[in-house]
Each structure stands twice: as structure tokens, then as C-alpha cells.
Design a protein around this ligand. Structure first.
Ligand code: UDP
Ligand code: MG
Length: 314
């Protein structure tokens, strides 16, 4: 029986790389023995405003293996991945970036590990060429932090380049939360996971679609959806300030009742007010981050809106 492999490629303004990516993916997938494997490539157009969509449409007319989901606007990388996984039919699904930083040939290694019985095979970056030292440094400390804060073990040096077996994928798809950190969610489901190491290339062309703002949002989604530790820290800070406040109260009463110098102490008063005020706002902010996400989840909006679906049978 032939097995179907689904390749999912999120694309946001990737006109400079799309044609080459499509060529390389097809070249790799056509190396698989046709009597054993079928494949489909699903391009998820995440609200691109350049020529990406026309290029995808053009490619679709030339090849029956290709499919496209086109969003009504930009919903973000993690949501685009989810949409592709929702729509795919494969016995295994592979998510890969459109910019050729993840070499398509690694897919073949992933498939052979999958055939050995692994449910999830993720790509682990051995070497990262052409990424800023700022990105490397922040990534390193981010993974240290998230692994300390959360209960699930999120593998270091991995992105969203991975293969998932249908079984694991179906479990993943049951999680419909709006604030998504896909690599953490995949770690959370468990199953038999392994990795292949690869050298991460620099972007084939074009600019990164992850400016600092999007990176920070991903990082805060990751921490807040996988850990309640910030809330515990807030409680702890509140506790310590309460003790300090109590000592301050006893001291003030003592000065007022048993000494004659009770008008003094203005500096102490100011420090106390500002410190406690600051801490209250900080703690409220942390709580607010969680409340905001509860609000986002409770609306139960669809995760994304597909404007156009092309190349699918149904
Ligand atoms: N991407 C997306 N939506 C976005 C941002 C990025 O679909 O809002 C896609 C992008 O087209 C690429 C992948 O996500 O295929 C990773 O983005 P990028 O390579 O720019 O991130 P980096 O490798 O710089 O972290
Ligand atoms: Mg990239």
C-alpha cells in the first residue's frame, strides 16, 4: 500500500524564494519510490501582500501534487502551520519553512526514521549559518528559560521543521488553543520522538519575516502557555512586600507613640509608597497577561480564515 506524505509550507511574502523552494521540494519528493510513496505539498499563504500567491497559483496549474490554502489576512506562522496540518491527508506530515533554511533533503532522513517506528522526528540545528549573534544568544537563553519554567521538555535548537505521524498529528490537532507555541505543544503530546541533526543554512533570499516584535510575542506565548511560574513569582513578590510593609507599620507606630521625632521620615514614606505602588502594578501586569489570554481563548474564534482553497479534491 502506498503511503501519503504531506509537506506543509507556510509562506508570508516569500516571492523571492518561492520558485526555488518549490523546485527543490519537488526534486526531493520525486526521489521517493513511487510505488511506496505519494506526496502532496500544501502551501499556506499567510496573507502575503507581494507576488507569493500568484506564484503559488501558477505552480498549481503545472503540478497535481500541489495544494494551496490562502488566508484572508496575516495570521502568523504558528497558525499557518496549524491550518496546513488541519488540511493535510498524509500518513505523515512534514512542516518546513519556505526560505530553504531547512534543507529539503533532510525530509528523506525524517521519513526513514519514521519508517523505523518514530512518531515525531524533529530537525535539530547543528550549525546556524547567517543568523545574527543577537538571535543566537536570545534563542539560547530563551530555551534555557522556558525549560526551567515549564514542565514539558522542549528540545533546544529546534524550530518547526519536523515530521509527525498521523497518530501523533491527530492528537496535536485536538488542541485548539489560540495562543500557540507549536514546538511546545508537540513536545507536550509525547509519543516516540527523535531528531535528525542538520546544518541550518542562511535564508535563500528575502528578509526574515520574524521581526523582534513577532519574536517577543512568540516567546511570551510560549512562556505564558506553558508555565504558571510568573504567577507564582508575583505571589512571592507580594508576600515579601507584605512582610516589609508590616515591619514599616510597626516602625511608624513606634516612632509616633514613643519618640518625639515623628514628623521626620518623609524619605521613608516616599520610598515605601513608590516601591509598593510599583510592585502592585508589576504584579497586576503579570496577572493581566494571563487574563488577556483567557479572554482571547474564551471568545472561541476560529484560529484562521481561509479565503481560497485550491487543488484540494473536496
Ligand atoms: N511566516 C508566516 N507568517 C508570518 C511570518 C512568517 O507564514 O507571519 C513563514 C515564513 O514565510 C517562513 C517561516 O514562516 O516560511 C519562517 O519565517 P522566517 O524564515 O522569516 O523566520 P526566521 O527563520 O527568520 O526565524
Ligand atoms: Mg527562516
Amino acid at each position: 500500500m502506498t503511503k501519503l506524505i504531506s509537506i506543509i509550507v507556510p509562506c508570508f511574502n516569500e516571492q523571492e524564494v518561492f520558485v526555488e523552494t518549490n523546485r527543490r521540494l519537488k526534486a526531493v519528493m520525486s526521489q521517493l519510490p513511487i510505488e511506496q510513496y505519494q506526496y502532496e505539498i500544501i502551501y499556506v499563504n499567510d496573507g502575503s501582500v507581494d507576488q507569493t500567491l500568484p506564484l503559488i497559483k501558477q505552480a498549481l496549474t503545472e503540478d497535481k501534487h500541489l495544494k494551496c490554502l490562502s488566508f484572508s489576512r496575516n495570521f502568523g506562522h504558528q497558525i499557518a502551520i496549524t491550518a496546513g496540518l488541519d488540511a493535510c491527508k498524509g500518513d505523515a506530515a512534514v512542516v518546513i519553512d519556505a526560505d530553504l533554511q531547512d534543507p529539503p533533503t533532510v525530509i528523506l532522513e525524517m521519513i526513514s526514521l519514521w519508517e523505523k517506528g518514530y512518531d515525531v522526528v524533529f530537525g535539530k540545528r547543528k550549525d546556524r549559518v547567517g543568523e545574527s549573534s543577537f538571535k543566537l544568544l536570545t534563542a539560547k537563553y530563551f530555551y534555557k528559560l522556558i525549560n526551567r519554567l515549564s514542565d514539558v521538555d522542549i528540545p533546544r535548537d529546534t524550530g518547526d521543521f519536523r515530521l509527525m505521524d498521523r497518530n501523533a498529528l491527530n492528537q496535536f490537532l485536538l488542541m485548539r488553543e489560540s495562543y500557540r507555541f507549536v514546538r511546545g505543544m508537540v513536545a507536550w503530546i509525547g509519543f516516540n520522538q527523535t531528531f535528525v541533526e542538520y546544518d541550518r543554512e542562511s535564508r535563500f533570499a528575502g528578509q526574515t519575516k520574524y521581526p523582534l516584535k513577532k519574536m517577543l510575542r512568540l516567546a511570551s506565548d510560549a512562556i505564558l502557555s506553558f508555565s504558571n511560574t510568573p504567577l507564582k513569582i508575583a505571589t512571592f513578590v507580594g508576600f515579601i512586600t507584605s512582610i516589609a510593609a508590616f515591619i514599616g507599620i510597626v516602625y511608624s507606630l513606634y516612632v509616633r507613640l514613643f519618640t518625639k521625632s515623628w514628623v521626620e521620615g518623609w524619605t521613608f514614606l516616599m520610598i515605601a509608597i513608590l516601591l509598593i505602588g510599583g510592585i502592585i502594578l508589576l504584579v497586576l501586569g503579570i496577572i493581566g497577561e494571563y487574563v488577556g489570554r483567557i479572554y482571547g481563548e474564551i471568545k472561541q474564534r476560529p484560529l484562521y480564515i481561509v479565503k481560497d482553497k485550491m487543488g484540494f479534491d473536496d
